[in-house]
Ligand binder design. Structure first.
Ligand SMILES: Cc1cc2nc3c(=O)[nH]c(=O)nc-3n(C[C@H](O)[C@H](O)[C@H](O)COP(=O)(O)O)c2cc1C
Length: 351
């Protein structure tokens, strides 16, 4: 392993510089514990957890592994409520409500994703995780300072060279370079323009050249050869998400698993229809008919609430027409094997 990888391993406190990507909605502590116990860095996503949920998951994770793990948060700005946009969005969804026999949804838009805040920092103080990672930039300097004062190393995602330079200037210990192939939300935070987004093969060497901190490659890495390629381009380690989605420890739904195993997984898109921010998922009816990018979708995370009743009703009928089937462009590495085995297979690329 390179000097680069050694310094990342020291920062993370792990044997293998392989991070299991935090994936809100499809995993909890079991996947994280399995990867950490296998020598990689397991991650616990907290974007969908309230403070009690966080405490319960962290307690379970801490009792399931003595090895370091990562706790992950979204840190988006609170959305502006825009009544006109909300009305346009609900009008766009109305025909689907009618088709599925649902009453037009009039419940107020609610933010399903929680941004890192002072309460979450208090919970972290009790559990003292080795690593804390953020998506969508960083929280306030005061909150980052509180996280660091407890000894945690701080990572965040960059999707452009400018974002990597910004993160380094704001004191992160390592940068996750997220190529446009990646599944789930783009971590982009300096621009909303998706034309700024770059593939892993192009992004990684440019970020490595621009910054002094270790760089972790993410996006499209699904097997040992992908890991070797990332290291050859200067990555100190990798973060893989999609590849872990079929592991028994993940909580990926049956509908999502079926899509990942089928040929439909070959066509993904960056879409804002599920949450209001661009995220990559498997193409389906709602993305095709309203997106992929819809100007009517309310600001993140408000777009999510009006879709949820449609998703629940359709899924109950066995349909994934309204489901966010998050996946990267390379689902070829998804295997129904225990996460420890997948981690060991990825680690063969570190030689
Ligand atoms: C289902 C899914 C959910 C995700 N949720 C999160 C999340 O909660 N926090 C985060 O920082 N990244 C999240 N991501 C993005 C990953 O951190 C990572 O960038 C991505 O998985 C890497 O690309 P790959 O999926 O091609 O391996 C998610 C990705 C997927 C596939």
């Amino acid at each position: 392993m390179s000097r680069n990888s050694d310094s990342l391993r020291q920062i993370l406190g792990v044997e293998l510089p392989i991070i299991q990507a935090p994936m809100a909605g499809v995993q909890a502590n079991a996947l994280a514990a399995a990867v950490s116990n296998a020598g990689g860095l397991g991650s616990l996503p907290c974007a969908l957890l309230d403070v009690d949920g966080m405490r319960a998951e962290l307690a379970a994770l801490a009792s399931a592994t003595a090895a370091p793990f990562n706790v992950n948060f979204f840190c988006h700005k609170p959305p502006r409520i825009d009544a006109d946009r909300e009305a346009r969005w609900r009008a766009a969804l109305a025909p689907y409500y009618k088709e599925l026999g649902l009453e037009p949804d009039t419940s107020p838009a609610a933010g399903a994703r929680i941004a890192f805040n002072s309460d979450a920092a208090d919970v972290l103080a009790d559990f003292k995780p080795r690593v804390v990672s953020f998506h969508f930039g960083l929280p306030s300097a005061e909150l980052v300072g509180r996280v660091k004062s407890r000894g945690a190393k701080v990572l965040s995602t960059a999707t452009t060279v400018d974002e990597a330079l910004w993160l380094e200037a704001h004191g992160v210990d390592a940068i996750i370079a997220q190529g446009v192939e990646a599944g789930g939300h783009r971590g982009m935070f300096l621009s909303e323009d998706v034309s700024t987004q770059v593939g892993t093969l192009a992004l990684l060497p440019q970020i490595v050249r621009a910054v002094g901190v270790p760089v972790v490659a993410a996006g499209g890495i699904a097997d040992a050869r992908g890991v070797s390629a990332a290291l050859a381009l200067g990555a100190a380690g990798v973060q893989a998400g999609t590849a872990y989605l079929l592991c028994p420890e993940a909580t990926t739904s049956a509908i999502h698993r079926a899509a990942l195993k089928s040929e439909t997984a070959r066509h993904t898109a960056l879409t804002n229809v599920f949450t209001g921010r661009p995220a990559r998922g498997i193409m389906n009816r709602i993305i095709r008919e309203l997106g992929p990018m819809s100007p009517a979708a309310p600001e993140f995370p408000l777009a999510a609430s009006a879709i949820l009743p449609l998703r629940a009703k359709a899924e109950a009928q066995g349909s994934s027409d309204f489901s966010s089937l998050w996946s990267g462009q390379n689902a070829s590495g998804c295997r129904e094997v225990p996460a420890a085995e997948l981690t060991r297979q990825l680690a063969e690329g570190l030689q």
